[in-house]
Design a binder for this molecule. Structure first.
Ligand code: GLU
Length: 454
């Protein structure tokens, strides 16, 4: 059977780095298995779902290098959910309940006060057709619950019913269905909650592996029971730990925390974001991998740790710099051109080690080609004047710097930082930067002379 996975965001906001962890886990898993990846928009909540969010999510995934084999929208598949609901109703497994949210809340508080678990007592299952008719006459509409298979024929005599699965991240897992309320699958307004559509899609789309955040572990026992009630194969599950901030706070799509879009706009490389999103909270070392192919070799669901994956966004800066330092010219040629930098390979090779982001190249391009304000401290004025006069004749080459500074050392008696720094500051306007021997030829004779007072 071909491995088929899905990433199933609700398009109610922009995806953040934590969502990208789920997307990438699915993508890398599919890549390693030669399988296929479905991008499924869980957009049954018509009020909060927006087409522009769906487009933005697809764009963010593309930026990360994820190319879905198939895109699906739950809002287009309601007929399939209706069909499944009919099957469950016909089997007596989906029953109407007329309690209002207030009534349910009162019951839960009563159960808690009596020290009982706040599990729904299946009152709806006891009601007769006449009672239903009375509720309908009052203008009430039913919501529909699935009868969990936690009994031997009498739903009011529940017994411990363990549903187990071997989770690819968490190992053996068990949920006791007698400890849970019958889940509501259809709301009183007739719309579906996430549970049934997700299962129907997983069945119809041949999903073999459900890889998602551990916030769904509790749902899985219920979902397995519904897969079985529909006579379907149960997929393999993997629930990964969630990314949190260093203070252990969760990320929220709605708050726009560390959205992929904002990281992209900040000029970060997709691979530094992907490397951090995938490797944090696993037993592998967090390092910047150059492409998804090499990241897939470090990726292993079994290496995901059980505790929360705390991460520090600051780490992105370091990872990004390491990636940029190793980037071949071919990988950046077009991007530099888009920044208005008509650089050749030599320029990139000289400056990349000083770029934390590709966009930093602009600073060095302007130093080499534009006008900058030279920085000359009063105490260095005479020295830089002498330096101007001592600049070796002819074309500036990679040897010019050492010849020039050797002469100046000799004639002025300066050495070390006092010799090099005033020259660097005057010629580049900065205290840090590429090796001056390599950088000077890029700046050229004319610029050097123009920046030193004569
Ligand atoms: N729409 C659900 C979510 O974003 C999908 C969960 C799942 O993968 O089953 O949490």
């Amino acid at each position: 059977m071909t491995v088929t996975v899905r990433f199933a965001p609700s398009p109610t906001g922009h995806i953040h780095i934590g969502n990208s962890r789920t997307a990438l886990f699915n993508w890398l898993f599919a890549q390693k298995a030669g399988g296929s990846f479905i991008l499924r928009f869980d957009d049954t909540d018509l009020e909060r779902s927006k087409a522009e969010y769906a487009d933005a999510i697809a764009g963010d995934l593309a930026w990360l290098g994820i190319r879905p084999d198939r895109i699906e929208r739950q809002s287009k598949r309601v007929e399939a959910y209706d069909k499944a609901a009919q099957i469950l109703k016909a089997a007596g497994l989906l029953y109407p309940c007329y309690e209002t949210p207030d009534e349910l809340e009162r019951r839960r508080s009563r159960a808690r006060a009596l020290g009982r678990p706040p599990v729904y007592d299946r009152a709806g299952l006891k009601q007769t057709a006449e009672e239903h008719a009375r509720f309908e006459a009052e203008g009430r509409k039913p919501h529909w619950r699935f009868v969990l298979p936690n009994h031997d024929g009498d739903p009011f005599a529940t017994r411990r019913t363990d549903v187990s699965w071997t989770d690819l991240c968490r190992g053996d897992q068990t949920v006791d269905l007698a400890s849970l309320s019958d889940p509501v699958l259809i709301r009183a307004d007739g719309t579906y909650l996430y549970t049934l559509p997700s299962i129907v899609d997983d069945i119809d789309m041949g999903v073999t592996h459900v890889i998602r955040g551990e916030d769904h572990v509790a749902n899985t026992g219920v979902q397995i029971a519904i897969f079985q009630a529909l006579g379907a194969n149960v997929p393999v599950f993997a629930h990964h730990n969630l990314l949190t901030t260093r203070d252990g706070e969760g990320l929220s799509k709605r708050k726009g925390a560390l959205s992929i879009g904002s990281l992209r706009e900040a000029g970060l490389e997709p691979m530094s974001v992907a490397s951090l999103a995938v490797l944090t909270g696993t037993s592998a070392a967090v390092e910047a991998m150059p492409d998804l192919e090499s990241l897939s070799h470090k990726f292993d669901l079994a290496a995901v740790s059980r505790s929360a994956a705390k991460f520090d966004p600051e780490e992105l800066t370091g990872l990004n710099a390491r990636l940029v330092h190793d980037m071949p010219f071919e990988a950046v040629r077009e991007r530099l051109a888009n920044l208005g930098i008509a650089a050749d390979e030599t320029f990139w090779t000289v400056i990349r080690g000083n770029c934390a982001k590709v966009g930093d190249a602009l600073t060095y391009w302007n130093i080499a080609h534009g006008s900058i304000s030279a920085v000359i401290d009063a105490e260095d004025d005479d020295f830089v004047r002498a330096a101007r006069a001592a600049l070796p004749d002819g074309e500036v080459t990679p040897e010019t710097w050492s010849v020039w500074t050797a002469v100046l050392k000799e004639t002025t008696g300066r050495k070390g930082r006092k010799l090099f720094m005033p020259l660097r500051k005057a010629v580049t306007g900065l205290e840090h930067g590429p090796d001056m021997g390599d950088f000077l030829p890029l700046i050229g004779r004319q610029n050097i002379l123009a920046r030193l007072p004569g």
